[in-house]
Every structure is written in C-alpha cells, then in structure tokens.
Design a protein around this ligand. Structure first.
Ligand code: FES
Length: 83
C-alpha cells in the first residue's frame, strides 16, 4: 500500500506489519465517517491561515454536520443512527 513501509516487530522474527511513513500525508476515508489524515500535512482555513490541530493525526469532517469544522466532532455517528 502506498504511504506505508514494511517493518518488523522487534522480537518476532520475520513478522511484517505496516509502518506509517510520516514524510508524506496519508488520507484514509472511513465509511459514513471522516477522512483521517496522518503524516506531514498543513491544515488551513478558507482564508489560507494555518490551523494548528495540536496533533499529528486529525479527522476531517465530510458529513458537513460537525460543529468543529473542518474537524470531525463525532456527529456523523448520530446521523448514521438516525437512518
Ligand atoms: S464526519 Fe464526523 S462529524 Fe462529520
């Protein structure tokens, strides 16, 4: 998978697992949920001003109902339950 490197779990010879490459941004879509962004990214508002998310992994709202846009606040789970 692009954006991932193979690695070894220390102590378990030959076992391979995905290791995130934090030199690039990795965006993963969740069904009926947010876009999870990991890695090297900048988050900017509609005016181009930097937003400090305060962490290296964020969830971007794509349902449009978050009170913390552009970040996901979990409201999508309530929408899913109403269906
Ligand atoms: S995707 Fe989570 S609140 Fe919109």
């Amino acid at each position: 998978m692009e954006g991932l490197l193979d690695g070894f779990v220390p102590g378990s010879a030959g076992y391979r697992y995905p290791v995130h490459n934090f030199d690039i941004a990795e965006i993963q879509a969740y069904e009926d949920g947010p876009l999870i962004v990991r890695g090297n990214f900048e988050l900017r508002d509609e005016n181009g001003e930097l937003i400090d998310p305060g962490r290296g992994t964020i969830a971007l709202c794509r349902c449009g109902k978050s009170a913390l846009k552009p970040l996901c606040d979990g409201t999508h789970t309530l929408i899913r339950k109403r269906r």
